[in-house]
Every structure is written in structure tokens, then in C-alpha cells.
Design a protein. Structure first.
Length: 394
């Protein structure tokens, strides 16, 4: 075996031992990813919002109004929980979060319908939570549209129209709308994979932040350099354990948490697995040179978290880059997670072929290449500083 391979194996075995024996490293690398990912997946396990509580203020107590209220309650997204007697009571119920929306049915609702006039409903929606607001607003709109269609058809039939003819008069233009890739608007499919990517990045950086700085704080650099002074051997040997551990974590996410949460993997595993591995290598090498430059574990952790924490927001996973200011978009494209997160969503939801993700694949390769060059220079400097320090002691 070539000497450099023996050195890499020795350094890797030593790093595996350090991870296992250091309680802080062990908890970050071996425990945190499984605890956090399980917690986040459990939070979003219902997949979509159902039976959102709403209130109704019915100033008209006629049969059509009772039918409309029953239709609201029958919607899988809604549940009529409050029957208010005043607008203030309805607003108070929203303020106290007993309900997320309130509907006001005017006193002349049925009379206007019978006369063939428009009858307007009032609605209050708590938009403090946009996800809840969008869901409840869409459900109320659908129920109102269905009820309105039924009223229109009945009115035309009373004028002598047959049922089929009345339907044609009501809806002369039909829209056949299809939602691609996430047709049920499943929030788990949309958000959880992005959170898992963020968890993976965070635990990698937290673990790697303690790597070189730990050697400095504990005064073990001399022991490490006694195994090898080659920057290549030192870089590969110390990086390998973190790549292996986190690749296992990534596989756990894809092979276990995805199926448990009914998250699809429409794309090819032949693309998804190398893409995930490349992302892990990019983040590990990024953390390595930052850790090598910092003097203490605390400072390295602070620097990496300061850079990494905004990554999820800036990645465009939850808010599109098209809606961001230009300078923020530029900053976002300088972060590895941006290139992985967007293309990974294309893979797991849309089943996109490699030709539609290769640009981000290439960007991660460039990031990794730059990281490797910086790592080499930083480690070479550490070796040189240690040699000078040793000569001065002698």
C-alpha cells in the first residue's frame, strides 16, 4: 500500500476515535441529525391542514343559509366551530384564535337570491399565518362557488330550463386545470425535504467546526502531524469520517424518512445519490478550511452558523429568487445549499432528468474544487507553523 494511503487510514481512524470519545462531537455527528429530523417530520406528519375552525354569523336563518353552513362544515378543510351573534363576537373569536376565519351572512341573503340579484357574503380571515389563511380562503371560495352554482342552476330550471341545458347556461366555458408535481398541495412534500437538507448542512458544519479547532485547543496538532505532514493526507483523512457519517444520515433521510412520511422520490436514484454525496463533500470541505482558520471551537461554530443559518431562507426553497432583491439573489447563489435545494426538489417531486439539474451539479463541483484549494493552503500553513514552533522549542 502506498504510504499516503496508510497515512489517510491512520488519520481517519484517529478522527473516528475523536468523534466517538468527544461527547460534544458525538452528539452533533451521531445523535443530532436523527433527533432533529424525526422531530421535524413528526410536526408535518398530517401532510395538509384539515378541519380548520371557522365561525359563522348568520343574520338570515332560512333553509338555503342552513344548507350553505352545512356545506362549509362538510368541507374536509373546514369545521364550523362558532355560531356568532354579532360581528364583534366573530372578531373576538378570531383574536382569541378559537377560529381562523369568520363568515357573515347578511339578513337579506335568501331574499336577494330569490330575486335573482347578487348576494354578498362577508368574510374575515386571520392572515397572520399565510399557510392557514391560504388554505381556509381557498376552501371557503370552493364551497361558495359550489353553492352559487347550485343556486344558479335551480333558478334556470324554475324558468323552464332542463337540467343539462341549465348547466350549459351556467358554465359555457369549462376550465380543465391540472397541478403538476404536487397536485394535492401537500405541505410535507413541499417543506420537509428542505428542512432535512438544512439539518444535514447544520450538523455537518457543527461537527467539522470542532475538527481542527479541537486539535488546537487540546494541543494535539503535534500528534496529528506525527502521522503525516502531507496536506492531502491530512485533508482526506480528517474529512473522510464526516463524509461517511453524513452520507449514512443522508441515506437515512431518503430511504427511511421519505417513505415514512409518504414523500415521493420521482427522480432517478442514480442521480439523487451522487448529487447528495457531492453536497455533503462540498459542505465538509467548506467547514474544514473555516475550522482550520479559526483558533477556538466556539469562534469556528459562530462563524459557520452565522453563514449557514440564512442558507435555508436564501436557498429559494420557501420563497422564490424571482421575488428577492438583486443583491440578495447574488448572495444566495454564492451558497452551496441554493444549488442543491432547488435541483433536489426537481428530482424528488418532478422526476427531472439529469439534463435539468446538471448546472447545479456543476456549481457544487466548482464549490468543492475551490474549497479543496483553500483547504490545502490552510493545512499547509498549519503544518508550517507547527514545524517553526517545534524548531523554536528545540
Amino acid at each position: 500500500m502506498h504510504p499516503i494511503f496508510s497515512q489517510i487510514l491512520s488519520i481517519s481512524r484517529r478522527e473516528f476515535g475523536r468523534i466517538w470519545n468527544d461527547s460534544r462531537l458525538r452528539s452533533v455527528v451521531l445523535i443530532a441529525p436523527f433527533v432533529y429530523s424525526g422531530l421535524f417530520c413528526f410536526v408535518y406528519s398530517p401532510h395538509s391542514l384539515t378541519e380548520l375552525p371557522i365561525g359563522v354569523l348568520a343574520k338570515d336563518r332560512s333553509a338555503p343559509v342552513r344548507t350553505f353552513v352545512r356545506m362549509l362544515d362538510a368541507s374536509p378543510k373546514l369545521a364550523v366551530k362558532e355560531q356568532a351573534f354579532s360581528e364583534q363576537e366573530l372578531r373576538d373569536a378570531i383574536y382569541s384564535q378559537k377560529i381562523v376565519a369568520g363568515i357573515i351572512i347578511p339578513a337579506d341573503f335568501t331574499r336577494q337570491l330569490k330575486r335573482g340579484h347578487e348576494s354578498h357574503l362577508g368574510a374575515f380571515v386571520n392572515a397572520a399565518s399565510m399557510v392557514t389563511a391560504n388554505t381556509v380562503a381557498k376552501a371557503i371560495t370552493e364551497v361558495t362557488g359550489t353553492f352559487s352554482a347550485g343556486v344558479e342552476v335551480k333558478a334556470l330550471m324554475k324558468k323552464g330550463e332542463r337540467l343539462n341545458s341549465a348547466r350549459e347556461h351556467f358554465q359555457p366555458v369549462k376550465l380543465d386545470l391540472h397541478s403538476l408535481f404536487n397536485p394535492s398541495f401537500n405541505y410535507t412534500n413541499f417543506l420537509v425535504p428542505g428542512l432535512l437538507i438544512a439539518i444535514l448542512q447544520q450538523v455537518i458544519l457543527l461537527g467539522v467546526a470542532l475538527s481542527w479547532t479541537g486539535e488546537k485547543e487540546f494541543g494535539t496538532l503535534g500528534e496529528l502531524f506525527s502521522i503525516s505532514k502531507s496536506p492531502v493526507a491530512l485533508l482526506v483523512g480528517k474529512s473522510l469520517p464526516y463524509i461517511v457519517f453524513n452520507f449514512v444520515v443522508g441515506e437515512f433521510f431518503l430511504r427511511v424518512l421519505f417513505p415514512l412520511n409518504d414523500i415521493p422520490m420521482e427522480g432517478s436514484w442514480v442521480v439523487a445519490i451522487p448529487f447528495t454525496l457531492l453536497f455533503i463533500v462540498t459542505i465538509v470541505t467548506w467547514g474544514m478550511w473555516v475550522s482550520g482558520l479559526c483558533r477556538t471551537r466556539l469562534f469556528a461554530t459562530q462563524i459557520l452558523m452565522f453563514i449557514a443559518l440564512p442558507s435555508f431562507i436564501l436557498s429559494g426553497f420557501t420563497w422564490p429568487h424571482e421575488g428577492m432583491p438583486f443583491l440578495i439573489r447574488v448572495l444566495a447563489y454564492c451558497l452551496p445549499m441554493t444549488h442543491f435545494a432547488n435541483s433536489f426538489r426537481k428530482l424528488y417531486l418532478a422526476g427531472a432528468p439529469f439534463q435539468f439539474v446538471y448546472t447545479d451539479f456543476l456549481m457544487l463541483i466548482i464549490f468543492t474544487a475551490v474549497n479543496l484549494v483553500i483547504c490545502y493552503l490552510v493545512i499547509a500553513r498549519l503544518v508550517g507553523e507547527k514545524q517553526i514552533e517545534t524548531k523554536e522549542l528545540v
